[in-house]
Design a binder for this molecule. Structure first.
Ligand SMILES: Cc1ncc(COP(=O)(O)O)c(C=O)c1O
Length: 449
């Protein structure tokens, strides 16, 4: 170290990697690992580089699914704070007693979430828990039963949040019944939607169709609008394919929600904290949601931390919801420094956004199997199709691209039915980003061969 390019000494998985994978599959619950997962056994990391157990060095375009936004192993400023905090206080029953660290983080998060109104925070350990809390806050405060969420959404896998999730049937297979009362509606996906509208050319028409769907097909046929507690959404769908909706969508959705007293719950678990070029992705869309959920990058890869930021007047009574680890002092201290570092990186992310937009648009021109390229900040999705006219998904080519990239030392992850996400750590230098984009093109070429 330090590295300036990937080094592949042995085709992954090498012998040591195969042995760890064999033992893993013997000992760790099968459901966590998809057969399509990459055979990547990580031993250590430095900056944007990952080293596997066989000594291969990879450039990371996956950021551990947008957790390691500041790279590896731990950003030095965050590590310093973590070590200092460890010598003072780590866990101290933050939901039974008090500590100043969680109060400071709550102050920071409530000022970060948009909206000129009072806010409070519930701390948890993960994205799904942050959303469970949001579900309970919405039900408790409105005393309403139903929820609306979007097809393609991923909000987690516990029984409440999985009922909002609608990205893959396997998430629900044999788990019936999950939380009843969730209605799924189409997401305003500009590339692929039930009406065949080109949402890049006609964003207004797409937005109107989705809103009409809710107004007419849901409120006039399925459930009364005044019994809907909240609409959950991702500002950019992550697991569903890195789908960016038209810019006016959430403002129009808010008008609809306000007409019926319905809360808006914004799931920023994957897109929040700089990933999409703003502290919160919803800032691109200019609305103030009633509830915002965060996790993944919040703990900087050091602490498992989730947060539900909500309008103060929705606050449930004592005992209605709590947990053990919420308000963990180490997690809170780490998150505060992490947020400060991420904020300082936003201008850098804006610069790199241009590079990604330009290079990926060129690739779309060059390779016919690329049907769509979309993204903001350092959150990019490239969707592969068999035929641009029919838009038939091409998962085989997508999977091949991911594997060909790995063989060349670039770590990528899939999303949606046939898309690849390109989500490097926000600290990536322009030169490193160019190396990654070059390897991505080589992998696309190889997948076509
Ligand atoms: C948007 C979104 N919400 C919620 C979750 C669930 O988070 P966790 O896996 O921490 O429970 C995820 C995880 O990928 C996510 O992407």
């Amino acid at each position: 170290m330090p590295y300036d390019r990937p080094v592949i000494k042995v085709e992954p998985p090498g012998p040591r990697a195969r042995e760890v994978m064999r033992r893993h599959h013997e000992l760790v619950m099968t459901s966590t690992h998809d057969p399509e997962n990459l055979p990547l056994v990580i031993e250590r990391g430095e900056g944007v580089w990952l080293v596997d157990v066989d000594g291969n060095v990879y450039l990371d375009f996956a950021s551990a699914i947008s957790v390691n936004n500041l790279g590896y192993p731990t950003h030095p400023e965050v590590a310093r704070v973590a070590i200092e905090q460890l010598s003072v206080l780590a866990h101290a029953a933050g939901t039974d007693f008090y500590n100043p660290y969680q109060v400071s983080l709550a102050e920071l998060l409530t000022s970060m979430a948009p909206g000129d109104f009072g806010k409070k925070v519930f701390f948890s350990n993960s994205g799904t828990e942050a959303n469970e809390a949001a579900i309970k806050i919405a039900r408790y405060s409105t005393n309403r039963k139903y929820f609306i969420s979007f097809i393609g959404a991923f909000h987690g896998r516990t029984m409440g949040s999985v009922s909002l999730t609608a990205s893959k049937p396997v998430h629900k297979k044999r788990f019936y019944m999950t939380m009843p009362g969730v209605i799924h509606v189409p997401y305003p996906n500009p590339y692929r939607n039930p009406w065949g509208i080109d949402g890049y050319e006609h964003p207004g028409e797409l937005v109107n169709r989705v809103l009409d769907f809710i107004d007419y097909w849901v409120f006039e046929h399925q459930v009364p609008a005044d019994e809907v507690a909240a609409i959950f959404f991702e500002p950019i769908q992550g697991e569903g394919g890195y789908v960016v909706p038209p810019r006016n969508f959430f403002a129009e959705l808010k008008k609809l929600a306000d007409r019926h007293g319905i809360l808006l719950a914004d799931d920023e678990v994957q897109m929040g904290l700089g990933r999409a070029g703003k502290m919160l992705a919803i800032e691109h869309f200019g609305i103030a949601p009633d509830i915002v959920t965060l996790a993944k990058a919040l703990g900087a890869g050091v602490a498992s931390l989730g947060a539900t930021v909500f309008r103060k007047d929705l606050d449930p009574e004592p005992g209605a919801h709590s947990n053990t680890f919420g308000g963990h002092a180490l997690a809170a201290a780490v998150a505060m420094k992490n947020i400060e570092v991420i904020r300082s990186l936003l201008p850098h992310v804006a610069e790199l956004e241009k590079l990604f937009l330009e290079r990926l648009a060129e690739l779309k021109e060059r390779y016919r199997t690329i049907g769509d390229v979309r993204g903001l900040g350092l959150a990019w999705g490239v969707e592969f199709v068999k035929d641009r006219r029919t838009k038939e998904h091409d998962a085989k080519t997508r999977n091949r691209v991911i594997y060909e990239a790995l063989r060349r030392g670039l770590v990528l992850l899939g999303c949606g039915k046939s898309a690849v996400r390109l989500i490097p750590p926000l600290i990536i230098a322009e030169e490193q980003a160019k190396i990654g984009l070059d390897i991505f093109e080589e992998a696309v070429k190889a997948a076509h061969a």
